[in-house]
Design a protein around this ligand. Structure first.
Ligand code: NI
Length: 177
């Protein structure tokens, strides 16, 4: 188990586009995936991307097994390690929902994302898979793929009143159950 140090907003490393993975089933790739999952779990993440722990490779994890303390109202999503993920938009309807990021502890935003995506990715052995997701899992995929392109969610928020400290912004009507 290796919980890695998370880089935070402002660190130049999180703004660099990541490199494509070309070697599969290597000890280093297995270790990276384990480290990402361990770090995600330790910080109650619902997803995590390699650049968040300082690794400039197109690797991300999405999903969470149990009720998540940071998104208690969301249904668990199977944990999946995705290498070189890309997605196409299946439903371009824009949904606004709350979003945080392990690089921005205590902060939160209301972020516009498309409703449904079809993602193609490789697993640790290099096999290609395709998955279709909508709503919250589709949001996580878009968030993590953004990381691989050097983007973090505040860059997607036009009105910065929709970005702030979690304890403040969650009092908006938007977050009332
Ligand atoms: Ni993030």
């Amino acid at each position: 188990m290796a919980v890695k140090t998370l880089l935070r907003m402002g660190n130049p490393k999180i703004y660099q586009p990541c490199a494509t993975v070309t070697e599969f089933d290597t000890p280093a790739l297995h270790e990276l995936i384990t480290d990402l999952i361990d770090t995600k779990i330790a910080h109650e993440g619902v997803g995590i991307a390699a650049p968040q722990i300082g690794v400039n490779l197109r690797v991300m994890i999405y999903g969470f097994d149990n009720r998540n303390l940071r998104y208690p109202e969301k249904t668990p999503v199977p944990v999946t390690a995705c290498i070189n993920p890309t997605y196409e938009v299946l439903d371009e309807t824009i949904e606004e929902d709350g979003e945080g990021c392990l690089c921005l502890p205590t902060l939160y935003g209301i972020v516009p994302r498309v409703r449904a995506v079809k993602m193609t990715y490789q697993d640790v052995k290099g096999e290609t898979h395709t998955v279709t997701e909508e709503d919250f899992p589709a949001r996580i995929i878009q968030h993590e793929c953004d990381h691989l392109d050097g983007k973090i969610y505040p860059m997607r928020i036009a009105d910065l009143r929709n970005f702030g400290f979690h304890e403040e912004i969650r009092t908006l009507d938007f977050f009332q159950p």
